[in-house]
Every structure is written in structure tokens, then in C-alpha cells.
Design a protein around this ligand. Structure first.
Ligand SMILES: Nc1nc2c(c(=O)[nH]1)N[C@H]1C(S)=C(S)[C@@H](COP(=O)(O)OP(=O)(O)OC[C@H]3O[C@@H](n4cnc5c(N)ncnc54)[C@H](O)[C@@H]3O)O[C@H]1N2
Ligand code: MOO
Length: 476
């Protein structure tokens, strides 16, 4: 995109690059240790707007008003405002066969149409008996029973266990009438026609009762449950093979930036291949949304306006990648200001990476302006877009903050002034605990996320964390 200037006093690495784009990085810069050693820079308190920089020597030096250095919403505030504004649209449901239901979210509760299992089953290879016949059994005082026959796997039991009798039964075999428990084969011996039982078993021992897994007519799975392997297995076991699931929201993806070309195209000098289109499409798929084909939009207002209109007509939700900052050609905010009311809900979050994020509602359709830097785009997606998609899918909310991985920070982290930060970390097993190794904190480097298993959160109220601090990693 067109050149930008660093916020005064912020982003010393960006400042260095803007002033001397081709200068080699000084030793240490760009490493996790190098970034970590940069102390917080005093907040300039929203000093003067950067001039439209003839002194920067960069072409096309006009800038928009910069983000204020204070008063931007936190991630939690932004999320609250986004969810409140977006509401819950009447997303359609659709019926899908079990075979393709992995990852989908149930739109309605599923009731078990039948008892699972449909009959009492043995959980061991052994003998079905009447527990009353085992009264007083202890080592050295076995019960002596008569073997009356056997049950075969997959067949109905043909014999009844009368008092004083036992019937051989395989694991998973039907408990024959009369028996109320099973003794394991290893706890018995044969003596001619007699079976000696050496260990006591009480009613129900080594048996799964009819309806114990699922009882006919009762809820098998609630609405809002995401279908994973166990849920699919439970549905299969109950004979439920078609399911009403939430239809994922259709999401339009606009990739802005004259420098961005599709991944299959050879970039001309000054151009780069698109990363965000592919990465965000994948994230959307993973989360159960229906991404439409990415659309590449030039930094030209009319073309952008037209693409945005088409996206709003085709989709339930629009993601715009890039152009949300304050550069001359950063058109997202300008065009978002033209949207149907209520329009722009927020622009700018006290977050790193992701400060220039924009959120608007075009009537009932949410529009996100995600920063163009790939790490920023994916982190903001993870923190703000995914929760909205989950809400729309009707997914049951996580209890509490969600799963966390406990780890020990390998190098110190300083928080940038005025912004909370989410730092990608790789987890390294250190025999007994995980080490959390911060990845490079440059949001233009997608490689910072490729080896990361999660994010460490540096909230606004702490200045940073020392090496060795115990941290909770948000799984990526
Ligand atoms: N004066 C200021 N400049 C900048 C600020 C600021 O507060 N004041 N914020 C910086 C931050 S933080 C970010 S993040 C970026 C975000 O800018 P935009 O959202 O306008 O995004 P672009 O300028 O279009 O792109 C940023 C960067 O990402 C590259 N990019 C864009 N799209 C893609 C894509 N699909 N795949 C891969 N890479 C992409 C683009 O070429 C730029 O390098 O603004 C800072 N500036
Ligand atoms: O801090 Mo920017 O938001 O690189 O992402």
C-alpha cells in the first residue's frame, strides 16, 4: 500500500524501515530477544498528526487523521459492541447426512429414537449369573453353579438362567433372562459339569443396561453442540443418520491493496502474493462458515464501492482485508462511512496486532475491516470474528475463558504502551512443563504464526512479563 508513517514514539521498527527502507536490519532486530529488549516508549499523548510527509521521501504522502493514542476500546469492549450490534440473524438450518456432519453445529436437540443399547449387554467374557447365587462367595469359598448353555455374539439369548445356573456369554453378548450380572471368565474354574465362581459380583456388575448410553425419548445431544467424533458416534449408535444443523454464514472476502496479487500469479516488482485470502478462507471453513471466493479489489474508490456492494448483496458477513489504516489509499474507513445505518461501530482497538480494525453494520450485515498484515488479520479474526460466527451458528458458549495451556515464558515480553498484546508462542516440551517461546512480533510475518501453538495475552494493566513467568497460552 501507500507509505505510512509510524505513530510518533511507537513502532520503532516500522520507523526505522520507513526512514531507510533498504537498510539492513541491525543485529538483533527481528529476533524475539531483540523485540523483547525494547523497553516501552513514553506515550506521546496523542501528539500532532503526522504531516503528510514530504520529509519522509515516500511517494503519495497524504494521510488521514491518525488513531488516537488513548481511549480506543479494549478487545473485550470491542467484542461486546460487535456482538451487541450484530445480534443474532435468522440463519437458516439445513439437513445433512451423518457422514458429512463433522464440525457442524446442531440446530435442534436430538432425542434418542430408541434405547441404546437395545438390550442388557455383558462388558466381559464370562458367565451370566444370578447375583443371589454368589452370596457369601470369598476366596476359598466359591459358589458352585451348573453351566446351562451359552450366548453367541450378535444372537438373541436362547437360554434362561435359573437359580443355581450360569450361562457363558461373550463381551458384548446379550445378558440372558434371569441373570443380573456377569462374572469374569478369569474368576471361575471348571470342575466337570460345575462352574466354580471365586469372586463375588453384585447386581449390574459387568453389564451395560438397556438404555444406559441413551434412553428412548430423552435428549441425546442438545442444540448448539458442535459435532465431533464422539457426538457422531453417539448419533450413529442411536440410528440418527440425518441431522438439522445451522447453515454457516456466507462470508464475502475482499482483498484490498494494489500490491496484492492472487497466490497463483507471479508478482511484479513491488507486488506480493495474497496470504490473507487463503488464510482467512481456511479459518472460516474451520469454524463452519461458508466463505465465498475471495475478490481482489484495487485501491480505487469506485471499484471498491462496487465490490463492497456486491459482497453485501451476496453474503451474510463481509471481511475486508487491508486498507483499514490511515494511509492515503486506505479506503476501508472512507467507504464504510457510506454504508447503510448504523454504519461504523468502531475503528481502532487498543490491541497489538490489530489496532486499525474496523467494524461496521450495513443495516443488519456486519462488515469487518481487518488489518492487512497477515498476523494482524488472523489474530483479529481469532479474537473478534470467530466469536461472532460461533454466536451466529448457535454454538453453546465456552464455559469460562476457554481452555488454556500452562507454560513457562522462555524470554521476557514487554507490553507496547497503550495497547494490550497477543504474542504468538511456540510450545516446547521441557519434560514436566511447556516452555512458551515468543515468535517474532512483526505482524507482517506470517511465519510468526506457522510454528505457533497459541497466544500469550499481555493485558493493559501489566507492563510485561519476565523470562520464566508462568503464563496461560490461548490455544491457536
Ligand atoms: N501511521 C500509521 N500507520 C500504520 C498504523 C497506524 O496506526 N498509523 N498501523 C499499522 C498497523 S498496526 C497495521 S496492522 C497496518 C494495517 O494497515 P491496513 O489495514 O491499512 O492494511 P494495508 O496497509 O493494506 O496492509 C498492511 C500490510 O499488509 C500487507 N497485505 C495487505 N493485504 C495482504 C494480503 N492479502 N496478503 C498478504 N499481505 C497483505 C500489505 O502489503 C502491507 O504490508 O497499518 C500500519 N500502519
Ligand atoms: O499492530 Mo498492527 O495492528 O501490526 O497489526
Amino acid at each position: 500500500m501507500a507509505g505510512y508513517e509510524p505513530e510518533p514514539g511507537h513502532e520503532p521498527d516500522v520507523a526505522a524501515r520507513a526512514a531507510e527502507p533498504r537498510a539492513p536490519a541491525p543485529a538483533g532486530v527481528g529476533t524475539a530477544a531483540g523485540s523483547a529488549s525494547q523497553g516501552p516508549v513514553p506515550d506521546p499523548g496523542g501528539g500532532p498528526a503526522p504531516a503528510s510527509s514530504p520529509e519522509s521521501g515516500l511517494p503519495g504522502g497524504g494521510f488521514r487523521a491518525p488513531f488516537p493514542s488513548a481511549g480506543l476500546p479494549t478487545v473485550a469492549e470491542a467484542l461486546q459492541r460487535i456482538l451487541a450490534a450484530a445480534g443474532r440473524p435468522p440463519l437458516a438450518t439445513e439437513e445433512v447426512p451423518l457422514a458429512v456432519a463433522l464440525g457442524r453445529v446442531l440446530a435442534k436437540p436430538v432425542y434418542a429414537p430408541e434405547d441404546v443399547p437395545g438390550f442388557h449387554r455383558s462388558t466381559v467374557d464370562g458367565y451370566a449369573v444370578r447375583s443371589q447365587d454368589l452370596r457369601g462367595v470369598e476366596p476359598g469359598r466359591p459358589a458352585r453353579l451348573q453351566v446351562a448353555g451359552r450366548v453367541l455374539a450378535g444372537q438373541p439369548a436362547q437360554v434362561t438362567v435359573e437359580p443355581g445356573q450360569a450361562v457363558a456369554v461373550p463381551t458384548g453378548g446379550m445378558l440372558p433372562p434371569g441373570a443380573d450380572c456377569v462374572v469374569m471368565f478369569e474368576h471361575t474354574t471348571r470342575e466337570g459339569p460345575w462352574l466354580l465362581v471365586h469372586r463375588f459380583a453384585g447386581p449390574g456388575d459387568n453389564v451395560i443396561a438397556r438404555g444406559e448410553d441413551a434412553a428412548a425419548g430423552l435428549a441425546l445431544l442438545p442444540a448448539g453442540r458442535r459435532l465431533g467424533p464422539a457426538e457422531l458416534g453417539a448419533l450413529a449408535g442411536a440410528g440418527v443418520t440425518r441431522l438439522a444443523v445451522a447453515r454457516g454464514p456466507r462470508v464475502a472476502l475482499l482483498l484490498t491493496g494494489d500490491e496484492v496479487v492472487p497466490p497463483g500469479q507471479v508478482p511484479a516488482p513491488g507486488q506480493i502474493r495474497d496470504i490473507n485470502g487463503v488464510a482467512l478462507t481456511a479459518a472460516l471453513r474451520q469454524d463452519g462458515a461458508e466463505p465465498l471466493d475471495p475478490v481482489y479489489v484495487p485501491d480505487e474508490p469506485d471499484a471498491f464501492r462496487q465490490a463492497l456492494g456486491a459482497a453485501l448483496a451476496a453474503a451474510d458477513l463481509v471481511l475486508i482485508s487491508g486498507g483499514s489504516s490511515v494511509g492515503e489509499r486506505d479506503l476501508t474507513a472512507e467507504l464504510a462511512a457510506e454504508l447503510e445505518p448504523p454504519g461504523v461501530i468502531l475503528h481502532g482497538i487498543a490491541l497489538k496486532p490489530g489496532k486499525p480494525t474496523l467494524f461496521a453494520m450495513a443495516g443488519r450485515k456486519p462488515v469487518f475491516g481487518l488489518p492487512g498484515n497477515p498476523v494482524s488479520a488472523l489474530v483479529v479474526y481469532r479474537l473478534l470474528v470467530r466469536p461472532l460466527i460461533q454466536r451466529w451458528l448457535g454454538l453453546a458458549p465456552e464455559p469460562g475463558p476457554g481452555p488454556r495451556i500452562r507454560a513457562r515464558l522462555e524470554t521476557a515480553l514487554r507490553r507496547p504502551p497503550g495497547r494490550e498484546e497477543y504474542v504468538p508462542v511456540a510450545l516446547i516440551w521441557r519434560g514436566g512443563e511447556y516452555g512458551a517461546r515468543p515468535q517474532p512480533r512483526k505482524s507482517g510475518l506470517i511465519s510468526a504464526l506457522t510454528g505457533a501453538q497459541g497466544l500469550v495475552h499481555l493485558p493493559l494493566e501489566i507492563e510485561g512479563l519476565p523470562a520464566g513467568a508462568e503464563v496461560e497460552v490461548i490455544p491457536w
